[in-house]
Design a protein around this ligand. Structure first.
Ligand code: ZN
Length: 317
């Protein structure tokens, strides 16, 4: 027995120089699924990424759990969004950044590209992932953060980032094409909260949310009444539910319109602030946006392919 463990120790010692040379993957923790995906795309096999917020999780309301804290204090790099998206975690990240390598990736976007919002004084709309062009800036920030944490892998990160940015360009081209085939009078997006401002600005759609930029404000009855009138006056026939927000106020809206003799259908479920299930196409950034773009285009009367730009979307949505 003694002899055996001695041999094990010897074997372990012999393996050590190789292990040290090959380097363990960089331990990265990211708040949203979208940032975790960017870190995986750019980091490749140089990183081991843990995303804190899974499918259906609302980042405006999320608070760090005990196991999140453990993961973040052990990580080589922590990536969060910033722009007040993770509103409940601001103080936590402020503290953590004093002792750990913490980067708010959306804060690095040129402020002239960001949108303001009436009910969000002195702050910007944080939902930048809704525009693939703007998201490319976030991918560049992720690349910078990874490169700083592991400079010797700079070339690998640059190559991976370039390949992912090409995918984002293809996504932009697809979005431009299919969203432009929606009849102009139908280019209106009614959703549970104001997550689609950048989407609307990029593709010329009017967007209306029942709740404001954050899901943390209750939708007032006045707001629902106002939107019911808009749906009826403008004969809007489809509204969209969101995977990370309760559909309660959306149902109130549909019932309100029905009471006035106007039928509204649910045009589909969109991924607003969280991606789909891990391991599925919709559980990647490109798949998430492909799903949204394709669902919106089809529900509003355009000819978009049922399985999306890559033929990979789940059937039957
Ligand atoms: Zn949101």
């Amino acid at each position: 027995m003694i002899r055996r463990s001695f041999l094990t120790v010897l074997a372990f010692a012999a393996a050590l120089p190789f292990t040290a040379w090959a380097q363990e993957p960089l331990k990265v923790v990211a708040t949203t699924g979208m940032i975790a995906d960017a870190a995986r795309q750019v980091g490749g096999d140089q990183v081991d990424v843990k995303g804190l917020m899974g499918p259906g999780v609302d980042p405006h309301a999320y608070r760090q759990t005990r196991s999140d804290i453990v993961a973040m204090t052990r990580a080589d790099l922590v990536l969060w969004h910033g722009l007040y998206l993770e509103a409940q975690m601001e103080g936590f990240f402020e503290d953590l950044s004093r002792k750990r390598n913490v980067v708010a990736v959306a804060e690095g976007i040129d402020k002239s590209k960001l949108r303001a919002h009436d009910d969000y004084a002195d702050k910007y709309d944080p939902h930048v992932w809704m525009s693939p062009t703007l998201w490319a800036d976030v991918v560049a920030q992720v690349q910078n953060a990874l490169t700083e944490a592991r400079p010797e892998a700079a070339d690998t990160f640059a190559q991976n980032a370039k390949a992912h940015l090409a995918e984002l360009e293809a996504l932009t081209t697809y979005a431009d094409q299919v969203l432009a085939t929606v009849p102009e009078s139908n280019r209106m997006l009614v959703t549970a909260h104001d997550a689609f401002g950048y989407f609307g600005a990029s593709y010329g759609y009017e967007v209306m949310g029942i709740q404001g930029i954050s899901t943390q404000s209750e939708a007032g009855l006045n707001r629902i009444g106002e939107l019911v009138d808009t749906l009826v006056d403008r004969q809007i026939s489809a509204v969209f539910v969101e995977s990370s927000v309760s559909d309660r106020s959306m149902r109130a809206l549909i019932e309100g319109a029905a009471a006035k003799g106007h039928n509204v259908m649910i045009g589909g479920e969109l991924y607003s602030d969280a991606m789909g299930e891990p391991g599925t196409y919709e559980g990647t950034y490109v798949g998430m946006l492909d799903h949204n773009i394709t669902s919106i285009a089809r529900a509003l009367g355009a000819e978009a392919p049922a399985r999306g730009m890559n033929g990979k979307l789940s059937a039957g949505f």
